[in-house]
Design a protein around this ligand. Structure first.
Ligand code: COA
Length: 186
């Protein structure tokens, strides 16, 4: 069955990218995508470690179940058949079941083209319409990542704390900044 396209974006270079929910067949593309980001040592917790296809298939299978159970959202952005950005929101449990943890990455050669902002809005909109218990979004961002911090502030996120030397980035300890956004009244 053909997958539903959640959103589309026309880039300045004339290319069109499409936004879709994942399916199990995407595991290989996703593994390649994550391994590329990890190798780059961008502002994510993977700093060079490589994952296997088996690892990604297991992770994706669990995530697909969470999406089905309204406990997660994940959207992949495709340029032709290549995954070029991923964003997700994973709900917490029990006393924190009204909180969703947000994450986003865009492949290096596709940054600064408006994909991050559109993808973030799409994931938040999907989460609000599909997950009624969601009230607060939270995220963590490295202190030496002003681009992401700018984007989050523009999207209405507010800083609420920081763990000094909370993350190791490119071999240096960096502060981990925490931000939140209220999306529904508590
Ligand atoms: C952070 C990231 C997701 C942003 O996605 P993107 O597609 O590059 O961002 P966009 O082009 O949609 O721009 C969104 C906003 O980000 C900020 N931004 C983007 N490029 C910027 C730059 N070169 N300098 C400063 N701010 C910038 C701006 O606030 C921009 O809003 P504006 O266009 O209204 O000015 C992407 O750069 C990325 O994946 N970086 C590496 C991994 C990462 O940092 N992930 C986040 C971990 S917390």
């Amino acid at each position: 069955m053909k997958r539903k396209i959640v959103a589309r974006l026309q880039l300045n270079n004339g290319k069109e990218v499409v936004f879709k929910y994942p399916q199990i067949e995407d595991a290989l593309e996703m593994m390649n995508y994550f391994n590329g980001l990890s190798k780059e040592q961008t502002f994510i917790t993977f700093q060079g470690e490589q994952i296997s296809l088996e690892f990604e298939q297991k992770r994706l299978k669990e995530l697909l179940q969470k999406i089905k159970n309204k406990m997660a959202i994940q959207i992949l952005v495709f340029c032709n058949s290549q995954v070029i950005a991923i964003s997700d929101l994973i709900m917490r449990e029990r006393a924190e079941k009204h909180i969703g943890s947000f994450g986003i990455t865009v492949a290096k050669e596709f940054r600064g083209l408006g994909i991050g902002r559109k993808l973030m809005q799409t994931v938040i909109d999907e989460a609000i319409s599909r997950i009624p218990q969601l009230k607060i979004l939270v995220l963590g961002v490295f202190s030496d990542n002003p681009i992401a911090q700018n984007m989050y502030k523009k999207m209405g996120f507010i800083e609420y704390g920081s763990l000094p030397q909370g993350v190791m980035h490119k071999g240096h300890l960096d502060n981990h900044i925490y931000m939140y956004k209220k999306v529904r009244d508590l």
